[in-house]
Design a protein around this ligand. Structure first.
Ligand SMILES: Cc1cc2nc3c(=O)[nH]c(=O)nc-3n(C[C@H](O)[C@H](O)[C@H](O)COP(=O)(O)OP(=O)(O)OC[C@H]3O[C@@H](n4cnc5c(N)ncnc54)[C@H](O)[C@@H]3O)c2cc1C
Length: 288
């Protein structure tokens, strides 16, 4: 690892000023489970690490009847996994947290770090995208809200560039009669990054799918929505044929690559299988 100086701002304003002052020489660090590994591998060599862990008020899970759920960026993955509120109302996010890394890593890793690291396989990204999450970001020219769906711009890249800080994640209340699920397929049993991740949020009207959102992870340069598959499912009775058709459509929408975790061809096949399964399980989750 290269020599670097660790800076410890105590407010978001100070963190933003430090980012502006040091530009590309500086990087934010939260739990450090991604960036310190990248520094060891010399993928990134910042001269300044701006530690946001000392900034108070960025670690919270709060729910409001009107506004829905808010999660602070410094919230640990363990806290999400242990939240009974998230388990009951935002089930796919609870499942994603529980499937991430090891218990030790989850106790260090933050949700903000998972999103800002912007791996195409980032576990919390697809559940939050299907739930319509909005992230608040702060830079030297003020703060703005961005839909998480528009947050990722490429592998390891987001709209934050180098000079902005993620300061809040908001998830609206989910509609009545909805259920959500996150499924992760790994190369081998045990802990590994997702070879394919699928999140589904389904809203039912009796036996008919009123609305559905499907998120795909690790099968494109960024986490994506499977828009064509969603269209096939909307307004339909979720029988085997329709679910199969939606799975095939999602597979065609994915743009996977070959890497050490999987071939592109196998990933596509797994998208079809997992989309079908996730939608079915989300309906079951809704029924309790
Ligand atoms: C052994 C191991 C297994 C793993 N397994 C998984 C897995 O199964 N699934 C998975 O999704 N991930 C996995 N990870 C990756 C990692 O643990 C997660 O992405 C984690 O949530 C990152 O959070 P962090 O707080 O440690 O981020 P950090 O390493 O501190 O930061 C990550 C990136 O985000 C930026 N950043 C952090 N917070 C902010 C902020 N508030 N504003 C702006 N930028 C910010 C940093 O500059 C950095 O670029 C694994 C990592 C390891 C080492």
């Amino acid at each position: 690892m290269n020599h670097f100086e660790r800076l410890k701002p105590t407010s978001i304003g100070e963190a933003v000023s430090l980012l502006s002052a040091h530009g590309e020489k500086a990087r934010i660090v939260a739990g450090g489970t991604d960036i310190l590994v990248q520094m060891k591998k010399r993928v990134t060599l910042p001269e300044y690490l701006i530690s946001v862990e000392g900034i108070k008020g960025l670690d919270y899970i709060v729910h409001d009847k009107e506004d829905g759920l808010r999660i602070g960026p410094l919230t640990k993955i363990t806290s999400i996994e242990k939240s009974s509120l998230i388990k009951s109302r935002y089930h796919a996010l609870y499942q994603a947290a529980g499937k991430m890394a090891t218990p030790l890593i989850r106790s260090r890793a933050t949700i903000g770090g998972n999103l800002c690291n912007a791996a195409p396989s980032a576990e919390t990204a697809t559940p939050l995208i299907v739930m319509g999450a909005i992230v608040k970001i702060e830079g030297s020219d003020g703060s703005e809200n961005v839909s998480l769906e528009n947050f990722f711009t490429g592998p390891g890249m987001t709209v934050l560039t180098d000079r902005k800080v993620l300061i809040d994640i908001r998830i609206p209340n989910l509609p009545p009669n909805s259920g959500s699920v996150y499924l992760k397929h790994t190369r081998a049993k045990g802990h590994d990054l997702a070879a394919v991740g699928v999140a589904a949020l389904v809203v039912m009207n009796g036996e008919i799918i009123k609305d559905v959102k499907i998120g795909l992870g690790a099968v494109a340069p960024t986490p994506i929505r499977a828009n064509k598959a969603e269209k096939i499912l909307k307004g339909k009775r979720p029988d085997d044929t329709v679910l199969q058709e939606a799975g095939q459509a999602a597979a065609l929408e994915s743009r996977p690559i070959d890497d050490l975790r999987s071939s592109a061809e196998y990933r596509r096949k797994m998208v079809a299988v997992l989309v079908k399964r996730a939608v079915g399980q989300a309906i079951q989750q809704m029924k309790g």
